[in-house]
Ligand binder design. Sequence first.
Ligand code: MG
Length: 233
Amino acid sequence: MKRRFAFLCDFDGTVSPEDIGAALVERYSRTGGAGKQVLLEGWRSGSLGTRELIEAECASLDVSEAEALDFTRRFRLDPDFAPFARRVLEAGGAVMVLSEGYGLYIRDQLARAGLAHVPWAANYLVFEGRRVTPEFPHASPECPRCGNCKGAHVRRYRDLGFETVMVGDGLSDRCGAGAADRVLARGELLGWCRAENVAADPFESFADVLRWALGLGVAGAGVDPDPAGARGH
Ligand SMILES: [Mg+2]
């Protein structure tokens, strides 16, 4: 039977090289740097869940929906993500964006990159004037830690018969990485994988991810535009 791969890709810091969600909070938060650091430290240590972190961050925001969207449009996706996604989808694989960030800019960024057809799951922001409240439509009762548990999405793709690949850069990708058949990591996720003995291959950009995928035979034989690069990984 033909192997089918599902690439579950983190958004902030991965599909988007910059963390758009963090930049949005940084730009429009009324809370000073020290308070935010305490929250982040608590989240890193595990004493604060992702939902609690996001609720605290959103409570500090002072921004309208139009202003927030306008701000996020300064950022761009990794230019190699669109060719990567098209290639995998043409080969019968799956690509999905999984994020603990916000649908506001993920939907917009994917559409602007010509990728409105790529499925995504993220948290939502509800605006009332300049007040912002988060919603967690994908919260899983099985995971108290995550707002949008990537592990649950990975398991769903595996149940559909896919070999699963988690691609990510951060600590919010831990559940996904722990559940996936294979992991491509950079940043804090790569450090966590090494510390926890979770097998992971490093990557820098989606040009690397595509080469890695071609090396697995994801895109099928005989159509490889860069065979030397593919074999090198
Ligand atoms: Mg990330």
